[in-house]
Design a protein around this ligand. Structure first.
Ligand code: RIB
Length: 309
C-alpha cells in the first residue's frame, strides 16, 4: 500500500492531567494522589500523530504561541517525523491547553483553553493552500474556528482531495461545512447533536447516516466508545465490535481511531472493514496507557496486536 498523504488542520494542546478517585461536587475540595504536567495533546495533533505513526506521510497545519509549550510540542512532532513546515506561530496568544481529569475507570472530563488554536484564520489556511492541494485527504476537527475549516475544505474540494470531518467537541455546524465533507466521524453524542436523532442501536445509527447522506456526505463512521464503530455508505453498512480491554485512560482513543483509519483507508474506501478493524485495534492500545500522544501506538504495535487476535 502506498503511504497516504494526509494533511491535518487542527488544534494543538498541552494536556495537564489530574488523576482523581471521584469528581468533586460544587463547593467540595478533594485531595488527589497524582497529576501529570504538560503532555502533548489536542485533537488535531493527536490525529496527526496517530496517522504518522501508522505510516502516513503527514503534514500538520496548526497555530502555536511563541512559548515553551510550543517548543515542546514542535520537538515531539519532529521526533515523529511529521512535516511541520506549515505550523504557524503567533505572538498574540498562548499555545492551547487542556485541563483533564481521569477517574479510576479511565473515563475523562476535559476543559480546553483554545488560545492560539482559536486564532487560526481562513487566511492562515489559504497561505498553506499548496500543502492542502497536494494531499490525498484532509482531516479537521472542531477545536479550531469553523471558517478556517471551511477554507481548508474548499481548497481540498477544488483539488479533488478527500475531506474528513471529526465533529468533536460536539457543536452545531453550518450546512456549508457539511456540504464540503466527504466522510464524517462523530461519536454517538456528536452524531445526536448534528442530526437530532438518538444513537442507541444499529438501526438508529443508520437513520443518523441517512440524515448525513442528505447533506451530501458520502460516508458516515460513528464511534461508540468501548462497544465499537459503525460505518455506512449509501451502498453498505456494518458495525465492527471493539476488543475488550482494561481501560486505564480513554484520552485520545477517538483521535487514534481517526488517524489510524485515515492512514489505512484506500481512497475508494474499498477496504473500509479492514481499515476499521485496524483503527479499533489502534484505539484499544491507546486506552491501555495513560496520556494522549504518549499512548498512541505505531504501526508495528498495531500489527502485532492484530496478529494476537
Ligand atoms: O481528544 C483528546 C484531546 O482533547 C486531548 O488531548 C485534549 O487536548 C483535548 O483537545
Amino acid at each position: 500500500m502506498m503511504p497516504k498523504k494526509i494533511v491535518v488542520v487542527g488544534s494543538t494542546n498541552v494536556d495537564k492531567v489530574l488523576n482523581v478517585e471521584k469528581y468533586a461536587l460544587p463547593g467540595e475540595t478533594l485531595a488527589i494522589d497524582s497529576y501529570q504536567q504538560s503532555h502533548g495533546g489536542g485533537k488535531g495533533a493527536n490525529q496527526a500523530i496517530a496517522a504518522v505513526r501508522s505510516g502516513a506521510d503527514t503534514t500538520f497545519i496548526t497555530k502555536l504561541g511563541r512559548d515553551e509549550d510550543a517548543e515542546m510540542m514542535l520537538k515531539g512532532f519532529q521526533q515523529d517525523h511529521m512535516n511541520v513546515d506549515h505550523v504557524i506561530m503567533t505572538d498574540q496568544s498562548q499555545t492551547g491547553k487542556a485541563y483533564i481529569t481521569v477517574d479510576q475507570s479511565g473515563q475523562n472530563s476535559i476543559y480546553v483553553y483554545g488560545g492560539a488554536n482559536m486564532a487560526l484564520s481562513p487566511d492562515d489556511v489559504i497561505a498553506h493552500r499548496e500543502a492542502l492541494a497536494k494531499a490525498d485527504r484532509v482531516i479537521a476537527q472542531l477545536e479550531i474556528p469553523i471558517p478556517a475549516i471551511i477554507a481548508a475544505f474548499k481548497i481540498a474540494k477544488e483539488n479533488g482531495v478527500q475531506t474528513i470531518l471529526n465533529p468533536a467537541p460536539a457543536k452545531e455546524i453550518p450546512e456549508e461545512l457539511l456540504h464540503l465533507t466527504d466522510i464524517i466521524t462523530p461519536n454517538e453524542t456528536e452524531a445526536q447533536t448534528l442530526t437530532g436523532l438518538e444513537v442507541k442501536d444499529e438501526v438508529s445509527m443508520l437513520d443518523n447516516a441517512l440524515k448525513f447522506f442528505a447533506q451530501g456526505i458520502k460516508m458516515v463512521i460513528i464511534t461508540v466508545g468501548d462497544k465499537g464503530s459503525f460505518y455506512a455508505t449509501p451502498e453498505s453498512h456494518a458495525f465492527i465490535p471493539a476488543f475488550k480491554v482494561k481501560a486505564v485512560d480513554t484520552t485520545a482513543a477517538g483521535d487514534t481511531f481517526i488517524g489510524a483509519l485515515a492512514s489505512q483507508l484506500e481512497l475508494d474506501n474499498s477496504n473500509i472493514r479492514e481499515a476499521m478493524l485496524y483503527a479499533n485495534h489502534a484505539s484499544s492500545l491507546t486506552v491501555q496507557v495513560a496520556g494522549a500522544q504518549n499512548s498512541i501506538p505505531d504501526q508495528a504495535a498495531i500489527n502485532a496486536e492484530i496478529q494476537k487476535n
